[in-house]
Design a protein around this ligand. Structure first.
Ligand code: FES
Ligand code: FES
Length: 164
């Protein structure tokens, strides 16, 4: 039988102390222990990217991370992206450009895009496509997602035309 462990972490700005088995995956910890079901689970093997969250600002696949590894971390999930009722710029661009259909991949897409834009503020379309290839979308054909991420990049840089 697996040993129960304590995990102290911050999720979406709120401090939590959780108890789980040492083998509990981060995706399951978020969904089952913290009731944050916005993090979706697809392949459960680190391939599809839909479970991606931000851990200390970096995109991480929560289906191949143990909850124990998040002890002491600052985690952001889809539920924590908007601030004071306002969309994150990447969320707003997804909304404005209809960059989702079923929405299953969207939490992972957003986390992946945010991490990417934090490291590359002025990406080319090709760079955006390469970054987003980490997440599988079965619906959209990607074009609107790429457009949204490029517009979000402009908005985050403060370009005058962004969002106009
Ligand atoms: S569910 Fe985690 S990568 Fe597919
Ligand atoms: S919007 Fe359906 S999988 Fe991407």
């Amino acid at each position: 039988m697996s040993r129960s462990i304590e995990v102290k972490l911050k999720v979406n700005g709120k401090s939590y102390v959780g108890h789980c088995e040492s083998r509990t995956l981060m995706a399951d910890f978020l969904r089952d222990h913290l009731n944050l079901t916005g993090t979706h689970v697809g392949c459960e093997h680190g391939v599809c990217g839909v479970c991606t969250i931000l851990v200390d600002g970096e995109a991480v696949r929560s289906c191949i991370m143990l909850a124990a590894q998040a002890d002491g971390a600052d985690v952001v999930t889809i539920e924590g992206l908007s601030q004071a009722g306002a969309y994150h710029p990447v969320q707003k661009a997804f909304h404005d450009h209809h960059a989702l259909q079923c929405g299953f991949c969207t939490p992972g897409m957003l986390a992946t895009a945010i991490d990417f834009l934090n490291t590359n503020a002025s990406p080319t379309e090709q760079e955006v496509r390469e970054a987003l290839s980490a997440v599988l979308c079965r619906c959209t054909g990607y074009q609107n997602i790429v457009t949204a991420v490029l517009e979000a990049a402009a908005a985050m840089r403060g370009d005058a035309k962004a969002g106009a």
